[in-house]
Each structure stands twice: as structure tokens, then as C-alpha cells.
Design a protein around this ligand. Structure first.
Ligand SMILES: [Zn+2]
Length: 412
């Protein structure tokens, strides 16, 4: 009889311990919000017009810059951030892709093509998280609209370019107020403003400075809303950007088609990167030879000759000939050339080691060190960082490495 009672007490004791641990876990659940300001160059924070971001970074981790992956374009890099892979491996090798094998095209302005799972070979963090029982949500992020629900966030907003910025933030904050069973622990948020104004008016314009100040005020608004939540002590926020921005030198514009007009080919993309699909092996040899003879303001490469440091050249959808513009130069086709080189003032897409292609990295919250300044961080390392924050196992086929970034975490 005594033994039976003793067992009962033991069981009760273990049940109470279990409930207590579960309760602790429930309340120590981490939350992570990753905010992207498209095209926010690394040094925009030094213009004395970002009081909110500067306050947030002083209380957290601030990297000198965030190194993008090549090409330093929007879709490839948002997807590198959330897959931990170079574009060569996750498959979104540019904002425009031609599938030479079936003729299909991927274009960022094409709402259907961006939802097709076949283009995405990486695993987004939200997929890894959901497999581990973590709820996720996205208020815009390139790739989030993928039509396979097993590969998309639990909550997704279809991209609406002009949707008011404040309302995006209010919705994200409302998600964080949901009952715990429905509340997402990982949320993405995206704003295009600094990219648009940078392209249109250049990196030294009043318009870009207004855009920088605007997104800074959005950062401040979001941060303040979070501080009023009951879960505020469990929320980590990352502010990142996909790439920087560089003014174009109008004396370094090259119409590639003028150089190779006698041959047959298909061109994909313009600007810092251009891909050429020659119609035949013969055309390929001739086009490549012609471009090598006229290599001014750009470099021409056969796909298998691309230098290793680009981490670009293995993916089957990369064209047989790849042109990479020199810094500040811009490659155009006949169609753009006819518009009298009516180009953007500034652009991005150049090699990832040009500092002006770099974006920002700010991390604030209980998981991060406080008042820490670091050197450049690589954007492929963010996916393993997110896995570490949630204590889940990253995919093993990634390019990112937790060992390069773990030092920013608070070990207490
Ligand atoms: Zn971008």
C-alpha cells in the first residue's frame, strides 16, 4: 500500500515537473522578425538621417556590411538569405531566367512564374521551421508565394507593391498578438522604397535620403509596437538588405548587340550581368571571340570559365556565355539602346566584393550581443543563424556556415 502511494506521488511529481518545463518553454519561445529594406546600402546608416536604426543597432549587433551573393540582385539575394545557398545552388540565378530545356521563363514581374516550385531548388527557412513545428508568416519576401504549401510560410501575403507600409507593420504586430497556438514565431517583412528611389534618382539624391529617412521611421514604428507586446522580451529583430546601389557611369554603357549583330543568339537580362544563349556551337565560338576582342567595360566568360569567387557558373540554367560589367558600367541590348540609354541613375548586380553592393545587417533582441560592432557578414550565413536561434538542424547542403556568424549570439 505504501509502495503504491509512493508511486502515485512520484508520478504526480514528474507530471508537475513536466507541466512546469512545458510552461517555461511556452514562455521562452523565441520570436524572430526579419525585415528587408531593398537596396539599403551599407553606408546609408552613416548619413545622420536614421536615428531609429542607429538606436536599435547601438543596443544590438551591427555589422559593417552584409555581403550579397552574385549576382547582387533582389530575388537571388532574398532567397540566399533564407536558404543559406548561393544562387548557383538555390536556382534563382537572376531576376530573369530562361529555361533552355523547356523554353519557360522566370520573371520577377510575372506573378505566375514566381509561384512555380520548379525554379526553387533551395529550402527556405520557413520550410525548415515548419517541419520542426514552428509557425511562420510572411508579409512579402521574394519566393514566399511558391504555390506548394509544404514549401511556403503558414501565412503569406501576395505581393502588392503599393500596399501602405504602416499597414504591413500593423498586420505583423497583430500576428504577434494571436493566441499562442496560432502565433507565428518567424515573420518576414519587406519594403522596396530605398531600392526604387536609388534606381531612379541615384545614391546621392534628396529622394534617396527621403526614402532612407522613411524606412528608418518604419523601423522605429515597428520597434516601438513590439516593445508594447507582452512577449517583447522574446522578440529578436533583424534588419537586412539584399544589396547596395551604385551610380551608373553613362560613359560606360555598352550595347552588346552592336558587337555581335552578325550572329544568332538570345539575350537574357541587362545591366551588370548579361547572359547570351547562342543558337549554335558555331555562333557560340564566334560570339565569344568577338566579345573577347571588344572587352571594354565588361568581361566575357564561357560558363565553365567563370572565376570561382563568383560562386556562379554551375547551375544548368546559366547561359553558355556570361558577361559581367565592370563597376559602374552597364550592358544594354538594342531595345534599351533605342530608348537613348534612358537608364536608371543607379543599379546593382555587380560582383559581391564591391563594397557598394553590400547591404546592412542589424540584429537586436535577447539572442544577440549588445553594443557589438563586427566586420562584414555574409548573407548565406543568415539561414544557419536562424536555425541556431530556434535550435533546429539546418539543411546539410547549404553554403552558409554557422561558425562564421555564431559569435554575434549572446551566450548567456
Ligand atoms: Zn533589391
Amino acid at each position: 500500500m505504501f509502495i503504491f502511494t509512493d508511486m502515485k506521488i512520484k508520478k504526480l511529481y514528474f507530471a508537475l515537473v513536466f507541466i512546469f518545463i512545458s510552461f517555461l518553454n511556452l514562455h521562452s519561445k523565441p520570436y524572430v522578425i526579419i525585415v528587408s529594406f531593398d537596396g539599403f546600402r551599407w553606408d546609408y546608416l552613416n548619413r545622420n538621417i536614421t536615428p531609429n536604426l542607429n538606436e536599435i543597432l547601438n543596443d544590438g549587433v551591427h555589422a559593417l556590411s552584409l555581403r550579397p551573393s552574385f549576382p547582387s540582385k533582389t530575388f537571388p539575394n532574398h532567397i540566399s538569405i533564407l536558404t543559406g545557398m548561393y544562387p548557383d545552388n538555390h536556382g534563382i540565378i537572376s531576376n530573369n531566367i530562361k529555361n533552355i530545356f523547356n523554353g519557360k521563363r522566370y520573371r520577377i514581374g510575372n506573378n505566375k512564374s514566381v509561384t512555380e516550385p520548379e525554379w526553387y531548388q533551395g529550402e527556405f527557412f520557413w520550410e525548415t521551421a515548419e517541419r520542426n513545428g514552428i509557425k511562420t508568416a510572411s508579409y512579402f519576401w521574394p519566393g514566399s508565394e511558391i504555390s506548394d504549401t509544404l514549401r511556403s510560410p503558414n501565412k503569406v501575403k501576395p505581393y502588392e507593391h503599393n500596399f501602405p507600409f504602416i499597414n504591413r507593420i500593423d498586420t505583423v504586430v497583430s500576428w504577434l498578438k494571436l493566441p499562442i497556438q496560432e502565433r507565428p514565431q518567424f515573420i518576414t517583412l519587406y519594403f522596396h522604397e530605398t531600392d526604387s528611389k536609388g534606381h531612379d534618382f541615384g545614391t546621392e539624391s534628396d529622394e534617396i535620403n527621403e526614402a532612407i529617412a522613411l524606412v528608418d521611421s518604419l523601423a522605429g514604428y515597428l520597434f516601438k509596437q513590439i516593445q508594447e507586446l507582452p512577449i517583447k522580451d522574446s522578440v529578436n529583430i533583424l534588419f537586412v538588405s539584399d544589396h547596395g546601389m551604385q551610380n551608373i557611369d553613362k560613359n560606360k554603357i555598352v550595347n552588346v548587340e552592336e558587337l555581335i549583330s552578325q550572329y544568332k543568339y538570345d539575350l537574357v537580362d541587362s545591366g551588370p550581368l548579361m547572359q547570351i544563349f547562342p543558337n549554335s556551337e558555331n555562333d557560340k565560338e564566334n560570339i565569344y571571340a568577338e566579345l573577347k576582342r571588344n572587352e571594354k567595360h565588361f568581361k566575357a566568360y564561357l560558363k565553365n570559365e567563370l572565376p570561382d569567387y563568383y560562386h556562379f557558373g554551375k547551375h544548368p540554367l546559366i547561359a553558355p556565355i556570361v558577361l559581367i560589367a565592370d563597376y559602374e558600367a552597364y550592358l544594354v541590348n538594342n531595345r534599351i539602346s533605342k530608348r537613348n540609354y534612358d537608364l536608371s541613375a543607379a543599379t546593382h548586380g555587380y560582383a559581391k566584393d564591391h563594397i557598394n553592393m553590400h547591404g546592412i545587417f542589424i540584429a537586436n533582441g535577447p539572442a544577440f550581443n549588445k553594443g557589438m560592432k563586427t566586420g562584414t557578414i555574409w548573407n548565406i550565413d543568415i539561414y544557419p543563424l536562424l536555425c541556431e536561434l530556434f535550435k533546429i538542424t539546418p539543411r546539410s547542403n547549404i553554403d552558409g556556415k554557422i561558425d562564421r556568424i555564431r559569435f554575434i549570439l549572446n551566450n548567456e
